[in-house]
Design a protein around this ligand. Structure first.
Ligand code: G16
Ligand code: MG
Length: 214
């Protein structure tokens, strides 16, 4: 009955959070703020603009619109430099085997990421050919937990939301999947992903035919 798998990018297929963290930390120095790892956790799955707003909030810094625009560009330029050497070795363990299995089982595969740089990352890691459809931050106007990114994925694939299974590492992403009437499989810790229908720590050794039984 399930026909499509929709994947988040950062934290599910690859770990770009380390690069976002570095770029935000570098930016924070401009207003004398040192971002912590715990705070970076809270930026996972959050859009670029919202991430900057959160950081400025934590730093207690009131920025002008102009400062914000400049900083968003600077952060992204820094991030693009950091991801420029990404390669297939950065695909998270077990992911390729899982993609192979679901392809063989006949599932459609789509990306549902908040990132505006998703296509670059998929290309650099060699993941692009696996995807029937890519919905990224350039194609949506509302951030997760709004279901827009996943609903557009289902629509683009021509598959009903009830027939879709979402893979997410962020609580907001799991909420987005549930709000879209989809099944959600959380990748990571049960403390943060408790709203998911199933939770796995990662894709290592996962048998798709078993996991996708609901
Ligand atoms: C990713 C990251 C977030 C990042 C967002 C936007 O989300 O987890 O930390 O802020 O994309 O990225 P960019 O600045 O490249 O547009 P996801 O949805 O792939 O987990
Ligand atoms: Mg994510």
């Amino acid at each position: 009955m399930y026909k499509a798998c929709l994947f988040d990018l950062d934290g599910v297929l690859v770990d770009t959070a380390i690069y976002h963290f570095q770029a935000w930390k570098n930016l924070g120095k401009q207003f004398g703020y040192e971002l912590t790892e715990e705070q970076n956790e809270q930026l996972k799955g959050v859009s670029r603009v919202e991430s900057l707003n959160k950081i400025l909030d934590w730093a207690n810094y009131t920025a002008t619109q102009e400062e914000k625009s400049v900083w968003l560009i600077e952060k992204n330029e820094d991030y693009l430099r950091l991801i420029s050497n990404m390669n297939p070795s950065e695909i998270l363990p077990g992911v390729l085997s899982f993609l192979e299995q679901i392809k063989a089982l006949g599932y459609k595969i789509a990306l549902g990421s908040a990132s505006k740089n998703a296509e670059i990352i998929l290309d650099k890691t060699g993941l692009t050919p696996w995807f029937d459809l890519i919905i990224d931050g350039n194609k949506v106007s509302k951030s997760k937990p709004d279901p827009e990114v996943f609903l557009k994925g289902a629509e683009g694939l021509g598959i009903a939301p009830e027939e879709c299974i979402v893979f997410e590492d962020a609580q907001a992403g799991v909420e987005a999947a549930k709000a879209g009437n989809m099944k959600a499989i959380g990748i990571g810790e049960s403390e943060t992903l408790f709203l998911a229908d199933k939770i796995i720590p990662n894709f290592i050794g996962v048998k798709a035919a078993e996991l996708l039984q609901f």
